[in-house]
Design a binder for this molecule. Sequence first.
Ligand SMILES: C[S@@+](CC[C@H](N)C(=O)[O-])C[C@H]1O[C@@H](n2cnc3c(N)ncnc32)[C@H](O)[C@@H]1O
Length: 414
Amino acid sequence: MILECVDLDFNGKGVCKKEGFVYFIDNMLKGEIAEVKITKTNKSYGFGEVIKFKQRSPYRKNNFPLSYASLYHLDNQVQLDYQMGLTKETFKKISNLEIKVEEIITDNKPVYYRNKITLHVKKIGNKLKLGSFENKSHQLEVLDSHLLADEVINKGIEQLNKLFDKYALIDESLKKITLRSNKKDLMIIFTTTTEKWYEKELILSEIKAYSMYQNISEIESENLGGVSILLKGEAYLPLELLGLKFRLYPTGFFQTNYSVTELLYKRVLEEIKPITYLDAYAGAAIIGQIISKKAKQVFSVDINQDSINSANESIKLNNLKNVEAILGNVDDKINQLEVEGIIFDPPRSGLSKEIIDTIISKTFEQIIYISCNLRTLSRDLNLLLTKYKIRNIIPVKMFYQTTETETIVVLDKM
Ligand SMILES: C[S@@+](CC[C@H](N)C(=O)[O-])C[C@H]1O[C@@H](n2cnc3c(N)ncnc32)[C@H](O)[C@@H]1O
């Protein structure tokens, strides 16, 4: 069947329409016409792949996307337009009001920006191989380097690949390897399914890194969920951001693009008032510490013990008197702490019903919502707009070559 692509969806698939059907086609860009093979259909929509292009987009920069970079085939500037389009569309759906979306925040660095990646390990023949899984399958795409990871991480990948090429390693407990960097030093976390790990000594003697951990996660699909054991080197990666000192531990959350993160935090800081804030879903209280320059008092709440330990260490290092890191669930703490403003930076699932109810029943002077998921952001805002009004919408391009979005929304009480 011949189809013309009219749009790109949330996952970067081409959207085509024909005879009342909507088709989502892999590797097809807006404006492209192709002969397509339909691989699956439902009542009113289907999925497919390109057999042969009849017309290509002038904005196509590569023949194919990558397993870990679903917009790798799309021009970098058009990737910004794509995110802007998704953002505007989302806000149009939730509010009839014409709300201006600010210019997208970006550092214009489209590759080698990630400070953390997790790769899978699989035995192929008699050698261990490192790579990423293709399209959520268990098919390993072997990687010599990673286009999105920074230079420190790529040097780590090179070391690991050399080692795996040199020896016929027999270990099958090693499932994943996570590499983290502070732009200078490397931390490697080996995720195994069992504590005993046959090739451990050999790997530790040959690989050079600032810090090396083992994380034991019996459930194979889980990453960094189990116990972390320091194997060699330092316990954390030191990090400086906007003049403050932080410590990166193996399982602690940290935004994966340092330079755009700095721009994001700076933009949030511009909005901060001299009031008390809850820094909800705080990680290592990085936002909390940054905004403490302007806020009266900040309570940073996170459910992860490693993150709170790290937060406490850096609050002390930075000698901040008006930030307190609290271990706990935001669902509970939001009712226990008396604050005038809140910064939410939740996981992809967004805010719970209980939290939304609290925000509506109490009145907060300002809410800043940082979201990595436009769908849950729009679901949550829909409920909040009875009591709060949107002042600013600021898209942030954190992850070039991918469909991931980051958005800051500033809300004031009505
Ligand atoms: C997107 S990260 C935000 C981290 C931080 N704001 C930053 O900029 O580095 C989400 C954080 O939410 C935490 N988290 C998830 N569910 C939570 C909950 N119910 N209560 C408190 N923290 C939670 C996770 O541990 C994680 O650190």
